[in-house]
Design a protein around this ligand. Structure first.
Ligand SMILES: Cc1cc2nc3c(=O)[nH]c(=O)nc-3n(C[C@H](O)[C@H](O)[C@H](O)COP(=O)(O)OP(=O)(O)OC[C@H]3O[C@@H](n4cnc5c(N)ncnc54)[C@H](O)[C@@H]3O)c2cc1C
Ligand SMILES: NC(=O)c1ccc[n+]([C@@H]2O[C@H](COP(=O)([O-])OP(=O)(O)OC[C@H]3O[C@@H](n4cnc5c(N)ncnc54)[C@H](OP(=O)(O)O)[C@@H]3O)[C@@H](O)[C@H]2O)c1
Length: 519
C-alpha cells in the first residue's frame, strides 16, 4: 500500500506510477489517499471512480460532505479515457482525416492513398502510448484540486449497505453509491475464444498484429458504426452484420438514409437481418473466417479481424448477490428519480443503471445522487437530450424527426440543406469549417442539415446535422428547443461565418414571412 495523502505528486509523477502499474507491476499495493486528520464518518463510498463515481464524489465534496472513491484501476476517470470515448474519438478523427485524404488522393498536397491500407496496429499503439496522460491528470485534479479521498488499484467488496472491504480493510459510510459501470457483451457461439475477436476494450488493450484486408463488425449501434467507419477508412473491406436495420437511434428517416448512403459510397457493406453463425480458426488459434446467416442463406467471409459491438452488460453481479438490489431484465440496477436503489442508503449511477450510456448521464447521475445524500430532494428525470455519433462525419440530432413531428403536429415545416434540386445538381451546402475543401471540389460530400418546425407555433421541434462543427452548437440548442425556441428567435442570433451548426441563416431567411414555408 502506498500512502499518497501527504505527497504532492505532479501530473508527470502520476503518469509514471500509472504506467508502471498498467504494465503489470503493482507490487507496492493500492494507492491510498485518505486524510488521517479527518475523523468524520464518510457520507458515501463510491464503488467505481469513472465518470459517474468521480463526478458524484466531487459534487458531494463540494457540498461539504466526505466521499471515498474506490477503483480497481490505478487511475480515476474510468472506462471513457481508457477504453471507450477517448479511443473512439481518436479513431473517428483518423477516419475523418483519411476520408479527406482518400477523397482528394493525388490532388493538391494529398498523397495518393488509392488502394492503400493504413495500419490499425500503429494507430492503436499511438493511442495506448498517449492514454495515461488523461489518467494522470484526473488523479492530480481529483487529489490536489477537488480534495477527493480515494483508494486506487484494488477491488472493493461490498459487505452491506454501509460498508465495503478494500484491500483487507473495512471502510464504513452512511451510504454506498454503486458506480461500477458496464462491460462489453461476449459471444455465445463456437469460436468465441479465438484470437482476432475484439471488442472496444480488448482492441486497445491487446491488438498485437496488423489486421488483414477484411473487418467484420457485429452490431448496428453507435459502437458498431463508429468503429466500422474507422476500419473502412483505413482501407479495409468492412461488413456490418446486424440483426435489424442499423442506426435505429437516428430518429429521422432522411438523415439516417443520408448516412447509410454516404457510408456505402465509402465502400461499407451492410448485412441487416443477419447474424454470426460460427467462427473458423486457423492453426495458430486465430479467426480465419466468419460464417454469417443472412436472409438469403449462409455466407462465409474470410477475415482475421472480428469486432463485436453487441452492447454492454452491467457490472451489477456483486450488488445483487450481496445486497439483493433489484435489477431489470438485462441486470441493470433499478433506481428511482433520486438514484436510490431498492435497498435503503444504496444509490446507483452511470452505466450500471442502463441506457442511454452517455457521459452526461453518468456525470449528472453522480451529481444528483450526491445532492440526495447531502439531504436535498433532487430528482433526475432523463428527458430529451442531444445525441451524436461519428460515421466518417460528425452526426448530431435532437428532438423529433420529421416522421414523428408529422404525427404530432398538423403543419410541419422543414428547413434543410442541401435544397431539393429538380436537376439533381448538388450545391456545396451545408458548408463550414472542415468542409470547405469538399465544398469546392466535391460538393456532394458537404453533409446534410435539417430543422423540423411546428409551423403553427413557429417553434423548432427537432434538429439534425451531418458534417462538422455542429456538436458544440447542439448542446446549447437542446435546452433552447426544450424551452420553446422559435424560428424567429433563431433568426435573431449572430452566426459566425458559414458555421452550419445553428441553423441561423435558414431561419433568418424565413423569419420575415407571416406564414412559415419550408425550404
Ligand atoms: C466505445 C464507446 C464509446 C463511447 N463514446 C462516448 C462518447 O463519445 N460520448 C459519451 O458521452 N459517451 C460515450 N460512451 C459512453 C461512456 O463511456 C459511458 O457512459 C461512461 O464512461 C460511463 O461511466 P461510468 O462511471 O458509469 O462507468 P465507468 O467509467 O466504466 O466506471 C466504472 C468504474 O468502476 C470500477 N469498478 C468496477 N467494479 C469495481 C469494483 N468491484 N471495485 C472497484 N472498482 C470497480 C471500474 O474500474 C471503472 O473505473 C462510449 C461508450 C463506449 C462503449
Ligand atoms: N456517444 C457516443 O458516441 C457513443 C459511442 C458508443 C457507445 N455509446 C453508448 O454506449 C452504449 C452501448 O452502445 P453500443 O453501440 O455498444 O450498444 P447498443 O446501442 O446496445 O447496440 C448494440 C447492437 O448490438 C446488437 N446486438 C445485441 N445483442 C446481439 C446479439 N446477441 N447478436 C447480434 N447482435 C446483437 C443490437 O441489435 P438489436 O438492435 O437487434 O438489439 C444493436 O444493434 C449505448 O448506450 C450508446 O449510447 C455512445
Amino acid at each position: 500500500m502506498i500512502n499518497v495523502s501527504e505527497a504532492q505528486w505532479s501530473v508527470g509523477r502520476w503518469q509514471e506510477e500509472i504506467e508502471i502499474r498498467l504494465a503489470g507491476d503493482d507490487a507496492e499495493g493500492p494507492l491510498v489517499n485518505i486524510r488521517a486528520n479527518d475523523s468524520r464518518e464518510f457520507d458515501a463510498i463510491f464503488l467505481g471512480g469513472g465518470a459517474a463515481g468521480r463526478f458524484g464524489a466531487a459534487y458531494l465534496r463540494a457540498m461539504g460532505g466526505r466521499p471515498l472513491i474506490v477503483d480497481r484501476w490505478p487511475f480515476l476517470g474510468g472506462s471513457c479515457p481508457h477504453h471507450a470515448c477517448v479511443p473512439h474519438h481518436v479513431f473517428s478523427d483518423v477516419a475523418a482525416q483519411l476520408m479527406l485524404e482518400r477523397t482528394f488522393s493525388g490532388r493538391l498536397w494529398f498523397q495518393n492513398l488509392r488502394g492503400r491500407i493504413v495500419s490499425i496496429k500503429e494507430i492503436v499503439e499511438m493511442f495506448r502510448e498517449g492514454r495515461t496522460g488523461p489518467h494522470a491528470f484526473m488523479n492530480f485534479q481529483s487529489k490536489e484540486q477537488l480534495d477527493l479521498e480515494f483508494v486506487l488499484g484494488t477491488e472493493a467488496r461490498i459487505l452491506d449497505a454501509h460498508s465495503a472491504s478494500v484491500a483487507g480493510i473495512t471502510f464504513g459510510a452512511k451510504n454506498l453509491v454503486l458506480a461500477t459501470g458496464a462491460r462489453p457483451k461476449t459471444l455465445s457461439i463456437p469460436g468465441r475464444d479465438l484470437a482476432g475477436v475484439f471488442d472496444y476494450a480488448s482492441l486497445v488493450d491487446t491488438l498485437d498484429y496488423e489486421p488483414g484486408p477484411t473487418a467484420v463488425v457485429i452490431g448496428g449501434g453507435k459502437t458498431a458504426i463508429e468503429y466500422g467507419c474507422f476500419f473502412n477508412a483505413t482501407g479495409r473491406r468492412t461488413l456490418i452484420v446486424s440483426r435489424h436495420k442499423p442506426l435505429p437511434m437516428v430518429n429521422d428517416g432522411e438523415t439516417r438514409a443520408f448516412l447509410l448512403e454516404r457510408m456505402q459510397e465509402q465502400g461499407m457493406e451492410f448485412l441487416p437481418g443477419a447474424a454470426l453463425a460460427t467462427l473458423e480458426g486457423d492453426q495458430r488459434g486465430r479467426v480465419q473466417a466468419a460464417v454469417i446467416r443472412t436472409l438469403e442463406g449462409e455466407i462465409r467471409v474470410e477475415t482475421d479481424f472480428l469486432f463485436l459491438a453487441q452492447g454492454l452488460h452491467p457490472n451489477s453481479e456483486e450488488a445483487r448477490a450481496t445486497l439483493g438490489v433489484a435489477v431489470d431484465s438485462d441486470d441493470f440496477i433499478r433506481v428511482d428519480s433520486r438514484l436510490r436503489t431498492s435497498i435503503p442508503n444504496v444509490y446507483a449511477v452511470g452505466d450500471v443503471i442502463g441506457p442511454p450510456m452517455e457521459m452526461f448521464k453518468a456525470r449528472k447521475g453522480g451529481m444528483y445522487a450526491a445532492r440526495n445524500i447531502m439531504g436535498e430532494e433532487a430528482h433526475y428525470r432523463l428527458g430529451d437530450y442531444p445525441d451524436f455519433m461519428h460515421t466518417h462525419y460528425e452526426v448530431c440530432w435532437l428532438g423529433l424527426g420529421e416522421e414523428d413531428a408529422r404525427e404530432r403536429y398538423r403543419n410541419v415545416v422543414v428547413l434543410k440543406l442541401p435544397p431539393e434540386n429538380p436537376d439533381g445538381h448538388r450545391v456545396a451546402l451545408p458548408a463550414g469549417d472542415r468542409m470547405m475543401l469538399y465544398a469546392m471540389m466535391k460538393p456532394e460530400l458537404t453533409g446534410f442539415q435539417k430543422l423540423v418546425v411546428d409551423g403553427d407555433s413557429r417553434r423548432v421541434v427537432g434538429a439534425f446535422h451531418v458534417g462538422y462543427g455542429a456538436k458544440d452548437g447542439f448542446q446549447y440548442l437542446a435546452p433552447m428547443v426544450r424551452n420553446g425556441l422559435s424560428v424567429d428567435e433563431l433568426g435573431e442570433m449572430d452566426e459566425l461565418f458559414l458555421n452550419p451548426s445553428y441553423f441561423i441563416q435558414l431561419c433568418r431567411l424565413r423569419a420575415g414571412s407571416r406564414i412559415l414555408r419550408g425550404m
